[in-house]
Design a protein around this ligand. Sequence first.
Ligand SMILES: NC(=O)c1ccc[n+]([C@@H]2O[C@H](COP(=O)([O-])OP(=O)(O)OC[C@H]3O[C@@H](n4cnc5c(N)ncnc54)[C@H](OP(=O)(O)O)[C@@H]3O)[C@@H](O)[C@H]2O)c1
Length: 263
Amino acid sequence: MPSISDCKCVLVIGSTGGIGRALALAILDLPSKPTVIVCGRRKERLEELVASHHATGRLKSVTLDVLLERNALKSSIEEIVNTYPDLDAVLFSSGIQRGFNFTRPETIDLDSLERELTTNYTSIVRMITFFLPHLIKLGQGRPTFLYTVSSGLSIVPAAGVPGYCATKAAIHSLSISLAVQLKRKNVHVVEIIPPLVESELHDLEGSTEGLARYWLTLEEYTKETMEGLIRGDPYVPAGRVVERHRKFEGGKLEAAAKMYGQF
Ligand SMILES: NC(=O)c1ccc[n+]([C@@H]2O[C@H](COP(=O)([O-])OP(=O)(O)OC[C@H]3O[C@@H](n4cnc5c(N)ncnc54)[C@H](OP(=O)(O)O)[C@@H]3O)[C@@H](O)[C@H]2O)c1
């Protein structure tokens, strides 16, 4: 199976912290010695990360806000591809989470809800569309990869963060469809499905302290996820999401592939 170990150059969007940062550094450590590009809005964090791994000569950075207007986002992606023509994998870890209480509709901040939707779903579809011409072309010679990041909450939602769960369910469904479509182009779409993991995701909602009792540490999470990525698994759940995925999602990717072949 083609896997992360085949990649020469991996861009990790949303790697100034949390899961993206941890996976970017683990990928940098692979024996295959890929170039890794860390990416996000916080330039100082990117600079710090690159400086602390300067010795490898393989950690690069690019500043990007995925909420850029569509044409500006397209130009930024084209610039990345032109700068790194060997880019053969993109991992989309950028994401935000907000709580909404629909029993008090007057409190729903639709600007915030729509920003969450654009960050977690719309921007990802846009970026995938803009990266694909390059990845499909490169795919004629060697495998290329799109790594999406959904969530265990795409399978069973947490009602307190309803918009977030819906965006992750959308990413989950999109990942299956694109995996089925793009396989014939040698572009491999792999869905990473984290459980609750140590990160800054919940800081804004003030729930970090409570959740910290239940989360996987970044170290535990990264180890398990890298094993799946190295094996070349088509989807990579971890922790308690492994069982949840098996129970509710088992056979779905295969069923979608069969249906696509039929029509
Ligand atoms: N932690 C969990 O429990 C958990 C569980 C399941 C799924 N996930 C998913 O895992 C992914 C990573 O989350 P995390 O837990 O690592 O959270 P995190 O620590 O808050 O990291 C989020 C990352 O997203 C980036 N980001 C947010 N908005 C962005 C924007 N407009 N443009 C560019 N980058 C942006 C941030 O970078 P800047 O702020 O520097 O831009 C940061 O690097 C997310 O998709 C999340 O939904 C997390």
